[in-house]
Design a protein. Structure first.
Length: 417
């Protein structure tokens, strides 16, 4: 089976949006054993889109489109796909009810084209979209050719492909594909890949592939077999070897997040936490609050103590300490953590201070110098780090490092300093 990936949208042609969908789909289809014949980008033009689809179906068994499923007149992908297969659009009642419910307090939105998103050929397999308003669909044409229409936003497209399209495609395969992701923190992609280089280079089935994302390093193990059980059996010794080499840098698997691991650890030991942030300005607290499994039970207080005055007022940092050592120093960081515990009484107190730039650095204290402090079990630990990159990158890396130090301390893991 061959496939063509077709991105629809004039904004893609103009370079206003980077087409990450094509990269994702190409990798996923390759894992399924589906050959990629071509990748195409087409603007919001009916004639050009129809021509592109007609040409794609001459060479490929399946065309997967992304984008052009919205409510506006230039969202034409579904309509043109139906024309290519000579199919008429009708109201799909389940989709209509979902859209009406979504816009139940906005009659104007309904009248301005949103019900257009509930129109599908009667024979279409409609793919509901819990992450947006535009459902996708799978259209079957002559000679067992398929067009799959997916939404453009990745946060909508990826779950729809994973949950709906992949299972549909697997029915045409004589094998199954199983993947497991190992998530690493505190270890750069290059360092991680070096430790398992032979496993990556020599892998055939299962395969091992490294990725980097938002300050994390990821290893993905993928096996192809007749059954899921057989695939997981093949993957097990590979995972075991990777864990032997990478160890505690692996914090989770698959959809685990750092904040989820920390949240569950806090809840399991009934520990409350308070946070005071300078350089990160609320990023640590925000990250933790994205864990929905009960963070409100353990995260009680948070302070943004960006100025010296705030550090003195809310955390009791000594003015003498600030004058002698500065706001970005081990001494100040330690007083921040201990002052936060004194003021809040929380079992765990996490603080950050540093220089994010682009200005404010000196020869002795350059941009990227960061201190992270953690009070726990009656002891305060301060960690000194240097990060490179622009202001946002330094703040992000500080946030991730702070959470990783917290994870390690709570689990009793070794910390390299």
């Amino acid at each position: 089976m061959n496939a063509e990936i077709m991105a629809v949208g004039t904004e893609l042609l103009l370079g206003d949006i980077v087409n990450t969908n094509a990269q994702y789909l190409a990798k996923e289809l390759a894992l399924l054993g589906i050959g990629i014949y071509r990748q195409t980008t087409v603007g919001d033009n009916e004639d050009r889109l129809k021509k592109a689809l007609d040409e794609a179906l001459k060479e490929s068994d399946i065309v997967i489109t992304t984008g052009g499923l919205g409510p506006t007149p230039d969202d034409l992908t579904k309509e043109v796909s139906a024309k290519v297969f000579h199919q008429e659009l009708v109201i799909h009642e389940p989709s209509k009810r979902v859209i009406e419910s979504y816009f139940r307090n906005n009659d104007r939105a309904l009248k301005n084209g949103n019900l257009k998103q509930a129109m599908f050929p009667e024979s279409a397999l409609v793919l509901d979209n819990p992450n947006g308003t535009a459902p996708g669909c799978i259209l079957l044409g002559p000679n067992n050719k398929f067009i799959v229409n997916l939404p453009g936003p990745p946060r909508e497209m990826i779950p729809m492909f994973e949950d709906k399209v992949k299972p549909f495609l697997l029915q045409f395969m004589d094998h199954t594909i199983v993947s497991k992701t190992l998530r690493c923190i505190g270890l750069g992609e290059w360092d991680m890949a070096t430790r398992v280089k032979d496993l990556i280079d020599d892998s055939v089935n299962p395969t091992v592939a490294p990725y980097a994302k938002d300050g994390e390093s990821i290893l993905r193990i993928t096996a192809r077999a007749k059954t899921e059980e057989e695939a997981r059996t093949m993957m097990a010794p590979v995972e075991e070897e990777i864990r032997l080499r990478i160890g505690d840098y692996i914090y989770g698997t698959d959809e685990d997040t750092l904040e989820e691991i920390i949240g569950k650890e806090l809840l399991a030991h009934n520990r409350s936490i308070a946070i005071a942030e300078s350089i990160t300005g609320g990023m640590i607290a925000s990250r933790l609050l994205s864990f929905t499994g009960g963070m409100s039970k353990v995260l009680h207080e948070g302070f943004i103590t960006y100025s010296d005055a705030a550090k003195v007022k809310y955390l009791g940092v000594s003015e003498e300490t600030l004058k002698a050592f500065g706001a970005v120093s081990e001494e100040t960081c330690r007083e921040m953590a201990e002052g936060l515990h004194r003021e809040t009484g929380r079992e765990v107190c996490l603080v950050s201070t540093g220089i994010a730039g682009p200005t404010g650095g000196t020869e002795k204290k350059p941009v990227g110098l960061v201190y992270i402090g953690i009070y726990m079990d009656g002891e305060t630990k301060v960690f000194k780090r240097y990060f490179t990159g622009d202001r946002d990158r330094i703040r992000l890396r500080t946030t991730i490092a702070a959470l990783d130090y917290l994870r390690r301390l709570m689990k009793g893991l070794e910390i390299e300093e």
